[in-house]
Design a protein around this ligand. Sequence first.
Ligand code: PRX
Length: 682
Amino acid sequence: MTDKELRVSEAQIAVHWQEENKFAPTAGFIAQANMTDAEIFQRFSLENFPDCFKEYADLLDWERYWHTMLDTSAAPSWKWFVGGLINASYNCVDRHLQQHGNKAAFIWVPEPEDEPHVVLTYQELYVRVNEFAALLRDHCGLKAGDRVTIHMPMVLELPITMLACARLGIIHSVVFGGFSGHACGERIADSGSKVLITMDSYYRNGKLLDHRVNGDLAIASARDLGQEVEKMLVWRRKQGEYQSRSKMVEQRDFFVDELLADYRGVRVDPIPMPAEAPLFLMYTSGTTGQPKGCQHSTGGYLAYAAGTSKYIQDIHPEDVYWCMADIGWITGHSYIVYGPLALGATGVLYEGVPTYPDAGRPWRIAEQLNVNIFHTAPTTVRTLRKAGPDEPAKYNFKFKHMTTVGEPIEPEVWRWYYHSVGKGEAVIVDTWWQTETGGFLCSTMPALHPMKPGSTGPAVPGIHPIIYDDDGNEVPPGSTAGNICIRNPWPGAFQTIWGDHDRFVETYYARYNKDPESKDWRDWPYLTGDAAVLAEDGYYRILGRVDDVINVAGHRLGTKELESASLIVKEVAEAAVVPLRDEIKGRVPDMYISLKPNTKASKKIEAAVVRAIEESIGKIARPKNVWIVPDMPKTRSGKIMRRILTAISNGRDVGDVTTLANPDVVEHIRQMVQGDDTKTDA
Ligand code: PRX
């Protein structure tokens, strides 16, 4: 049986979630919040669409103010703030100099704990962005509209590089530093980049990794695909010292610190770009098919990133904000670089892994730098809970606001985040969105709504979701799940898939469109591809990708609710459920769990998981097996690869696992499940 046959295409899923109690924001938080006016939802109602988004556009400085809010003439390619000219680098850097020039834009924390932090002020950021922009223009001959691929770790030079591109209207395509040279090469070829910007090395999990080697592999892969890279610029983690075994190729490879000597003190005027000019490409790492280069605009994207950073992230210039994500993902673009910098915030940039050298590291950093806003993904929260549940209590830090992003968070994990990390005082926003959407779609407004563990919350201002069943009927609140779509365009939405506009229309807009000729935005709901359920109280619960639904004897179960039920068992750290073919029921759930440290696998735990699932969902959801594994196979961004577990459960080949964060664990699990002459115990 193929993966496709195992998937369920129906949107409707029987939903068995328990209702959770709500938690109110504290009076102290509300007193300082950027947005305490419930009228905002009236201002951003569909009646006031699209003019409501002027409020976000006006957070920016425009070189020439726009004349048309929304142009729908090329539906479903929406153009926002038409007629406007704007520069993203100016908005994130220059305009803060007068008031905040000597304030930290970023505090960089190297992974080795004995290496000192580096503080980069807005004034220093300005100088470095200008000098590097001059180098891109004069040494590389780059100009507005050219694409550049950036393959770098979490260092200050990464935002500097992005902002230097933006200053000149060069479209940057940042590839996550943990991706292989080959994956980088594919993205170079797809974007048509002639310049690759990389770094020699960086620290990860206590080791200095040779990153520059990926450059040669990337260039070779791009060449195989027909794209020649003319120049590779190599930043050095330690100035003047080259930490890589790869040879530099003459005329092609250059050390940035050497070249920069010629550009000291040079200033480059920011180029005013049309609002709809592309600012960057961000490739989504789809599990199937060619990666999609999501093209984001300059004016609309920046306005949306700034607006949501202000109201949902609640960032003020005096805050110390730490988004512990990687800039190589959309979260890092919108909520480490563009949104916070547009607001003149101080951000923390951490080079390494959260658990190095131990699970107390994030909390030591928070204590030392007085971080008061914290942002990360459920996978990281689970990891930190697993490795050091009592660590947060040992450090004297105080968050006022925390974010979770990227996948549904199990209520048990949410409660640990709230009580142990947030110390019962921080608000939590569970932000649901996608690479394609540029910024948040759903979240509670931190000072206006109570929080509900496991639910993302209502839509954010200006976003109007609708849940459709497979036939295009609206699914009412308080009933079943369906395909969650967004009815209206919004400024942060991506413009197209680079080089494949038909796929853009087909994948995201064709499903519920009735008239392909229509120029009316009302005819083009945006299909997110997620299944969701809307509760009576207006809170959405995201059940995951529609593809991740399991159909057991005609009952459709969301993977997340089964996983969440397993986490009620206190020994369980992570859970993943996949469909196992069953002659009678069609499919049955097959459950994989990993345990908290110092917990021994036992039949008792397996039985407790089965009981928890039966109790919270029903006997219908009883898993066929509970496999206790040392770790889940994960992507580099921490997402559990259910596709691989599905293959293992169903006795199929796991395919290529080389891009995973932990490929070794796959073979271990395979032997455990499929059995082998070398049977292994977890
Ligand atoms: O399934 C949803 C899930 O992650 C998908 C988007 O992934 P990506 O493009 O990598 O962007 C991640 C960062 C925005 C969505 O389609 N997802 C994201 N946030 C949440 C979520 N699922 C549930 N709750 C969330 N808060």
